[in-house]
Design a protein around this ligand. Structure first.
Ligand SMILES: NC(=O)c1ccc[n+]([C@@H]2O[C@H](COP(=O)([O-])OP(=O)(O)OC[C@H]3O[C@@H](n4cnc5c(N)ncnc54)[C@H](OP(=O)(O)O)[C@@H]3O)[C@@H](O)[C@H]2O)c1
Length: 221
């Protein structure tokens, strides 16, 4: 399969790259300039592609991506700083929204023809923190709002793309030991990604536009 992953130079994105390469798939690993862990991988199946997802896909970049995409993983994301009610700035709210919600929508707009041509799958990485039902502790204004908006956009994508045979799922990776959590998560990236890969494999078993955790459990939002 041809697999495209954004934010693939570290954390969960890098682990997706490792696992799909191990399974002999061809991987286009998008990063925004720093190769990070990709530099240590020696595989003819790996194609690093420089792409800051807040920027429109350039003609040069698009030429580096495959003509058909079986799985597109919108993984790139940021958490944001100072998100308490008395501190969060409009600039932080806009920036986190741009990276965590606007960018995945634009990525899909840019690459949809290449996914549709093989009736491929799209996985959008949101977070349980974007679930209003799950919000028992408040705060985190920018991140919660952006990830909630991504769940909504991802559900619309699932509905809109059904007629083209493209399946879309929204994922929660769990609380994972990566830079984003200062490595204080409950599970490692390996566990998270192997679980999410199973969910992506079984996408048809879930209701349209479902929000699903790495362990296969559907999350209300
Ligand atoms: N870790 C968790 O517990 C957890 C929980 C729920 C959801 N998530 C979500 O899972 C995804 C991956 O998280 P993670 O824990 O692996 O985070 P991470 O370790 O902080 O890695 C984030 C990745 O996104 C990339 N990125 C950020 N902005 C980008 C941009 N504008 N263009 C392209 N790439 C960009 C980063 O690239 P640079 O190296 O260039 O910064 C990095 O590769 C995120 O969407 C996150 O919100 C994570």
């Amino acid at each position: 399969m041809n697999i495209v992953i954004t934010g693939a130079n570290r954390g969960i994105g890098l682990e997706f790259v490792r696992q799909y390469l191990l399974a002999d798939h061809e991987v286009w690993a998008c990063h925004r300039g720093n190769l990070g862990g990709l530099a240590k991988i020696d595989s003819p199946l790996l194609h690093p592609v420089k792409w800051d997802v807040t920027q429109a896909l350039s003609v040069d970049t698009v030429a580096l991506l495959p003509a058909s995409i079986d799985i597109l993983i919108n993984n790139a994301g940021i958490y944001g700083q100072d998100q308490q009610l008395n501190k969060v700035s409009a600039e932080t709210m806009r920036h986190v929204f741009d990276v965590d919600c606007v960018a995945p929508v634009r990525v899909v707009q840019s690459l949809l023809p290449r996914v549709a041509v093989v009736k491929g799958r799209i996985a959008n990485l949101s977070s349980k923190m974007g679930s209003s039902t799950d919000n028992g502790s408040g705060g985190c204004y920018a991140y919660r709002a952006a990830k909630a908006a991504l769940i909504i956009c991802s559900k619309s994508m699932a509905i809109d793309l059904q007629s083209q045979g493209v399946q879309v799922i929204t994922l929660h990776p769990g609380w994972v030991m990566t830079d984003m959590t200062s490595h204080s998560g409950l599970i490692d990236a390996q566990t998270s990604v192997s679980g999410m890969r199973k969910v992506i494999d079984r996408i048809a078993d879930y209701e349209l536009g479902a929000f699903v955790a790495y362990d296969g459990q559907q999350i209300p939002f």
